[in-house]
Design a protein around this ligand. Structure first.
Ligand SMILES: CC(C)(COP(=O)(O)OP(=O)(O)OC[C@H]1O[C@@H](n2cnc3c(N)ncnc32)[C@H](O)[C@@H]1OP(=O)(O)O)[C@@H](O)C(=O)NCCC(=O)NCCS
Length: 141
């Protein structure tokens, strides 16, 4: 598999949304062009995408958001196209996110993981990240 990873640009927004609609574990109401463009305006390095030059559909095959807010590094929207799973791409995207966040200055990283996604918890367990059970997540919006 000759997949390449790079920072996304505004030109990728439609393809990112398409991949998420097809292959993400769970849709959220921030899955739209306005929110993605706002993310890229605030932090142009935050969204990493994967392309497969051998894939003739001209689509993206993976994404991860590696967000740095000055306090924590947060990993969101790790998605690999169904056609490209179990080939190490998820691991490569997390490694790229970790590198990007370390270079930005992040010392502590966190990931929000969809607990109901069949492969997600197993994947994150396999990465060696620590599963934290003594914290709960509260959300608004
Ligand atoms: C979770 C996801 C990103 C994994 O991507 P991937 O490219 O298949 O992951 P990798 O190939 O790097 O897998 C690394 C290891 O994780 C574990 N793993 C990954 N998917 C797994 C699954 N479905 N079941 C069990 N173990 C799994 C395995 O140990 C695997 O190593 P192996 O293939 O040598 O056994 C992908 O399945 C996906 O996009 N799922 C839908 C969206 C999602 O749930 N995202 C995570 C939410 S944060």
């Amino acid at each position: 598999m000759s997949v390449t990873l790079r920072a996304a640009t505004r030109a990728d927004v439609e393809a990112v949304l398409h991949l998420w609609a097809e292959d993400a574990a769970e849709a959220t109401h921030t899955d739209n062009a306005h929110c993605l463009e706002r993310l890229l305006s605030r932090d142009p390095e935050a969204l990493i995408v994967a392309e497969d030059p051998d894939d003739n559909r001209g689509r993206l095959v993976g994404t991860v958001v590696a967000a740095w807010d000055g306090w924590r590094g947060s990993v969101y929207r790790l998605v690999v196209a169904r056609t490209h799973r179990r080939m190490g791409l998820g691991g490569a995207l997390v490694a790229a996110a970790e590198l990007r966040l370390a270079q930005a200055g992040a010392e502590r990283l966190q990931a929000i993981v969809v607990a109901t996604g069949p492969g997600a918890v197993r994947f994150w367990t396999a990465t060696g990240w620590e599963r934290q059970s003594e914290r709960l997540r509260f959300v608004r919006g």
